[in-house]
Design a protein. Structure first.
Length: 410
């Protein structure tokens, strides 16, 4: 397939170019889209687009079961993300909220391609990131007692007040109130709070980094919390410099810092506030483009709607472990019906055998051979991808390669 590249400002100028084994374009390149989403579908060797091929005759391509459950559409979208600057602070809706929001904006006459449109389709957008390099993100609200302990280290009035409020009452109610009021800050008061927090965060981040591992009885508690404080404060100081009038920066202080080593993954479900910060990774998601934003972006933000769909229940860092792991192989299957991801070195111990499948080559060269109605072989190298239809049946992979395969769970 020929896959489009999206050049959002937060993208890297060289990571995708290296992955695709071509010279850099000279501009930030953020996302490689691999799939049939109408917004930017992949192209096939015969010049047709994948979404058009599916629409023409969906059952042979997707299989009857996928069509029955998800309609005549490929239910997942794969991407390669190359993150050099923070993505927007964002939340994705549930399927129910997406249907309601889409219907409402249609009734209001909001064009699908309007910049201020929230709901471009009727689907939810859970997503899983598999790290190819060190990958860092923010995802989900941290345990409030830990956030309160960290905020008190800043020694500024706004942080002390938030810490006190987080320690009172049910955590989700305290978080909702704090975040709602924080995102409503503006003008001189916001500028003063950001200036004070930014200065304190830079000093506290440097202190926490020096203390990390040196003082077991340090007042922040265990080493893991000290390490998170160092990363959180350092990042906050940078964000204040980059976004000096953005209240979303303050919300990042309340989120889990998720640091993935290559080969590790995290899963972000509907309602979970998140922002990716840096790294290269394979992303697989339900095929949707519904995003509500609250900060760290010049794009349209609808804070009121975002607060409506956000989950304020604290969660642990949303890492996602494989349901099956072996040497050079892992299978990741989060609790959604649209997608799962298999990553491994050829020959893989197990391959998805039905439904639509997308084979993305991460390293080396692989030959994909189909045994079904459209039997044949295709050879692909790093950065290239092969789409396998349901009617292609079982496939075999030969060659010396590492691949990521997106498929629909059986």
């Amino acid at each position: 397939m020929t896959n489009p590249v999206r050049d959002y400002a937060w993208g890297s100028t060289d990571q995708l170019a290296r992955f695709l084994d071509r010279p850099p374009s000279g501009r930030p390149e953020a996302e490689l889209w691999i799939g049939a989403h109408d917004g930017d579908p992949s192209g096939l060797p015969d010049g047709r687009r994948l979404n058009a091929v599916i629409a023409e005759d969906p059952v042979p391509v997707l299989g009857a079961r996928v069509c029955d459950v998800f309609g005549d559409r490929l239910p997942f979208l794969m991407k390669v993300l190359a993150v050099d600057q923070p993505l927007s602070l964002q939340v994705h809706p549930s399927s129910e909220r997406a249907r309601l929001g889409h219907r409402h904006e249609d009734a209001e006459g909001v064009p699908l391609d309007a910049g201020h449109r929230n709901y471009k389709d009727t689907w939810h957008k859970p997503e899983l990131i598999f790290a190819l390099t060190r990958f860092e993100g923010l995802a989900g609200f941290r345990d409030v007692s830990k956030s309160a302990a960290m905020l008190r280290l800043l020694k500024v009035p706004w942080a002390d007040d938030v810490a006190e409020r987080l320690e009172q009452g049910p955590p989700h109610e305290a978080l909702r109130a704090v975040v709602t009021e924080t995102l409503a800050l503006e003008g001189r008061r916001l500028a003063r709070i950001l200036r004070d927090v930014g200065d304190a965060a830079r000093h506290a981040g440097a202190r926490a980094a020096r203390d990390e591992g040196r003082h077991p009885t340090h007042r922040t508690g265990d080493p893991a919390l000290r390490a998170e404080a160092a990363r959180t404060f350092t990042r906050c100081g940078q964000l204040v410099r980059d976004y000096p009038r953005d209240p979303g920066v303050l919300v990042t202080l309340l989120l889990n810092n998720v640091l993935l080593a290559p080969g590790e993954a995290m899963f972000v479900n509907a309602g979970v506030v998140h922002a990716y910060l840096e790294g290269l990774g394979v992303e697989i998601m339900a095929s949707s483009d519904n995003v509500l934003r609250a900060g760290l972006t010049p794009k349209h933000m609808d804070v009121e709607e975002l607060l409506t769909i956000t989950s304020f229940t604290p969660i642990p860092p949303p890492r996602w472990d494989p349901s099956e792991r072996a040497s050079g192989y892992c299978h990741l299957e989060p609790p959604v019906g649209e997608f799962c991801l298999t990553v491994g070195q050829t020959p893989l111990r197990r391959l998805p055998s039905t439904g639509p499948r997308t084979v993305l080559v991460l390293e080396g060269t692989v030959t994909v051979a189909a045994r079904g109605a459209s039997s044949g072989t295709v050879t692909a190298s790093r950065g290239q991808s092969v789409f396998v239809t349901h009617d292609d049946g079982q496939i075999t992979l030969t060659g010396d390669a590492r691949v990521a395969i997106g498929s629909v769970p059986v």
